[in-house]
Design a protein around this ligand. Structure first.
Ligand SMILES: *Cc1c(COP(=O)(O)O)cnc(C)c1O
Length: 223
């Protein structure tokens, strides 16, 4: 299926979810996750009108960057090893996987200007998932004050792999609640306006629960 057709479908789902939640579709940024697909397919996504792309490995990002450059806005959405930070700084506009101080320190060291970061939270507590625990979010963000080239633009989570709608909703609601707690701190470096949650299987529910960024691979660019 062509990306343009998939994008039509996804767009309709997003509009329907926004309608149910009393939100505007413009409030939701769609990140096309291109990690499984070729550069040609990513190019097709660009031509279909998608503007935000996500990659989870530095190799994949660099390969596509070499062809597409800064035409898309790039989001780094995967686990980030500190030694890889230098490869992606200057190319990505958002890092969705800030989950430890050592990584913050490295980003701060390499970045020439403040970089938008989202703190990854392991809401579900699954051992296989990266991210900090919900209780750690506030103290972690407070400690980021020392790194002035990090802006905490939001929170990110990956929901558990389940069809249980209540479990998914619970996870997304928890992230939203944490966002409100962070916003109450009123920290200049942590506006925390974004909630990055929802993937191919659960983006409609995430939008109903307040997602401002959805990260969609399979349903949008998958072949
Ligand atoms: C792969 C990936 C996605 C997209 O997954 P799909 O199920 O294909 O939509 C979203 N977020 C992260 C962090 C990913 O690694």
């Amino acid at each position: 299926m062509k990306v343009a057709d998939k994008w039509q479908n996804v767009k309709q789902q997003i509009e329907a979810a926004c309608e149910r939640a009393g939100r505007q579709a413009e409030e939701v940024t769609v990140i096309a996750v291109t990690k499984y697909v070729s550069t040609e397919r990513a190019q097709e996504a660009l031509e279909a009108g998608l503007r935000h792309f996500g990659e989870n490995r530095d190799e994949g990002l660099l390969e596509k960057w070499n062809n597409l450059g800064d035409k898309p806005v790039w989001h780094f959405i995967g686990t980030l090893q500190s030694r890889k930070v230098k490869n992606i700084v200057g190319k990505v506009s958002y890092i969705h996987s800030l989950d430890r101080l050592s990584l913050a320190k490295e980003i701060h060291k390499r970045a020439e200007q403040p970089i938008n970061c989202l703190v990854q939270v392991n809401v579900s507590g699954e051992e296989s998932k990266h991210g900090i625990s919900p209780e750690e979010v506030i103290p972690f963000i407070q400690q980021l004050a020392q790194y002035d080239r990090i802006t905490v633009n939001g929170l990110m989570t990956m929901a558990p792999l389940t069809d249980d709608e209540e479990v998914l909703r619970g996870c997304f609601r928890k992230l939203k609640q944490l966002q409100e707690e962070v916003q109450k701190l009123d920290l200049s470096y942590a506006p925390c306006a974004e909630l990055s949650m929802g993937m191919s299987n659960d983006y409609s529910i995430a939008i109903e629960e307040g997602a401002t960024m959805v990260r969609i691979g399979t349903a949008l660019v998958g072949e």
